[in-house]
Write a protein that binds this ligand. Structure first.
Ligand SMILES: NC(=O)c1ccc[n+]([C@@H]2O[C@H](COP(=O)([O-])OP(=O)(O)OC[C@H]3O[C@@H](n4cnc5c(N)ncnc54)[C@H](OP(=O)(O)O)[C@@H]3O)[C@@H](O)[C@H]2O)c1
Length: 315
């Protein structure tokens, strides 16, 4: 059964960066039967609760945007939580969805689960062709297991699950925590604080030379809805902007958007992570989708959201 505007769609993790963007997109386009549960209402690591939920609610489509997610520090310092929670969430949700007869399932991998030294831009075929970035291998191995579980359920049981591989994301609802955040929201928070406090400089981790690609989360949500309707096959699909910037260029862009007059200092004693991470988006383009929100406009909009939500943002 194709997904329609009256299909019952469960968005798992609807309060997160990705889940909230997907929910906004579905609501604004007139989807009428969304099923949403907070972490407190349904802990997806609890198999019995997840099974019961799917038996009771019987969604027709599922978008799995619930996961334990974080930056280098969080991954490095809590490896057990990253591998355990992600394996449990995926295993419970994918298996329960299959058992409950879900007709379309969207799983989200990530660009950071490709090999650390994958040739650039990264094609989908490079998954599992080399060693992972050691700082996030716990998360990556769990996510790779999720991709493989979707492919195995499609092959053996005919379960209509697809796996999408988003690049680095940013936007309203991001995690701006000082230690646990990704690079873009982390820089927004620290450069904003330095401006308010009149600090003369802001320290950026690493050399500033690694290259990264960033996609606004509303663009990702648009791509997910596009593929929810138009893609039903085993191969994974990258979702990215298609161009990258250095961390220095990113930091300078954020400095200009915030209007900070101090100096950026690059702490070369701190790890750089993967040298470059740019997705090849040829497959996505062939499926008829392209992004719309350029980085500067996206950062302006995210900074406006951050200052408006300073008291309820994740800090
Ligand atoms: N952010 C990125 O740059 C990025 C890039 C590529 C791929 N992705 C993928 O996108 C997906 C969503 O990421 P995100 O950035 O939106 O993360 P996020 O903002 O941290 O959101 C994750 C959501 O999952 C919920 N959650 C976590 N553990 C749960 C549990 N045991 N039971 C129920 N809910 C639980 C969280 O609720 P609580 O906060 O209440 O725990 C939160 O609402 C992930 O699969 C991630 O791999 C993200």
């Amino acid at each position: 059964m194709p997904v329609t505007k009256s299909s019952r769609i469960y968005v798992a993790g609807h309060r997160g960066l990705v889940g909230s963007a997907i929910t906004r997109a579905l609501e604004s386009r007139g989807y009428q039967d969304l099923v949403l549960r907070t972490h407190a209402e349904l802990d997806l690591t609890e198999q019995r609760d997840v099974r019961r939920f799917f038996e009771d609610v019987r969604p027709e489509a599922v978008i799995l945007a619930a996961a334990r997610v974080g930056g280098i520090h969080a991954n490095n310092s809590r490896p057990a939580q990253f591998i355990r929670d992600n394996l449990l969430i995926q295993d419970n949700v994918i298996d329960s969805a299959y058992r409950a007869g879900v007709g379309k399932f969207v799983f989200l991998g990530s660009s950071c689960i490709y090999p650390k030294l994958a040739p650039q831009p990264i094609k989908e075929d490079y998954l599992l062709t080399g060693p992972l970035e050691p700082t996030n291998e716990w998360y990556a191995i769990a996510k790779i297991a999720g991709v493989k579980m979707c492919q195995a359920y499609r092959r053996e049981f005919g379960f209509n699950a697809i796996s999408l591989m988003p690049t680095n994301l940013y936007g309203p609802g991001d995690n701006f925590d000082a230690l646990d955040s990704h690079v873009l929201p982390g820089l927004i928070r620290r450069i904003h604080a330095a401006k308010l406090e009149g600090d003369g400089n802001v320290t950026v981790w690493g050399t500033g030379t690694p290259r990264r690609e960033f996609l606004h989360v509303d663009d990702l949500a648009d791509a997910i809805l596009h593929l929810l309707h138009r893609y039903d096959a085993e191969p994974i699909v990258n979702i990215g902007w298609g161009e990258d910037v250095t961390i220095r260029e990113l930091a300078e862009l954020i400095v200009s958007v915030i209007g900070y007059r101090g100096e950026l200092i690059f702490d070369t004693a701190k790890p750089d992570g993967t040298p470059r991470k740019l997705l090849d988006v040829g497959r996505l383009n062939e499926l008829g989708w392209r992004p719309r929100i350029p980085l500067k406009r996206g950062i302006e909009q995210t900074y406006a959201w951050f200052t408006e939500h300073f008291h309820d943002a994740r800090l």
